[in-house]
Design a protein around this ligand. Sequence first.
Ligand code: UYC
Length: 228
Amino acid sequence: THSNIDSLRQPLVSGSINTQQQVIPQLANLGDTGLDVLMEFLFGRKKNPATWVDGKVYQVLYNSDSSKAKEFLQAYFPNGIVPLTSECGIDYSSVQQLLAACDFQAADRMTLQKMCELAGPGAVQRKWLYFTEIENFPATDLKTINTLWLIHSEGKFGFTVQREIWLSLGKNWENLWEKIGWKKGNNWTRYPNEFTWDLSAPRGHLPLSNQLRGVRVIASLLSHPAWN
Ligand code: UYC
């Protein structure tokens, strides 16, 4: 086991992102000694902005049965690895916890709820957003939400991923829906069961934005000055 651990520690610390991605579950499968290496790794990166590799390590520790790992996270990362900054006093820890648990479906609902809180009491009651409300969202809060999704999805999910694809398609919505798995031919993907609630989804699949009331909400999200 010792040589096994040593042969995984080095690629975790200095391997390419692909290598790191492969080594993280292997270490987790080694039990306590492997988890120790993951804790040491995450602790060593505490001062740097979180990457999705950190997010992966955090998720493995968060979802392990190890009480030592849980105590470690509680002691050093009580609010996760993404600063939950808000200009409006919104608490994003519920989104953080659901993403840490890889419950992408509940995280998606919670994201909508938090954006309604951000928009104000009218939107909280209504349970959906006007595009005019999104235009007034502070960049800080949108970036917090986006970074949470990015970091806990191997860089696959988030508004900036959707925006990048949308721009690459010349802002063509129909092509975007197809590309991110929201539409197949003439058929909308049906909420919730036809959506893919794990990392096997296409890039940009989540978070969702209900198109029932038109495209202007997502248009407003993807063209927000936060991403300039
Ligand atoms: N739904 O089809 N959606 C709901 C999506 C549409 C519809 C929620 C996304 C097309 C109805 C979320 C797509 C459509 C409800 C999403 C999608 C439609 C509902 C829960 C692909 C019919 C019940 C949050 C673009 C042709 C609620 C919420 C209601 C819910 C997401 C129907 C997250 C990405 C045009 C009837 N759909 N939605 O917003 O409001 O309620 O009646 O986009």
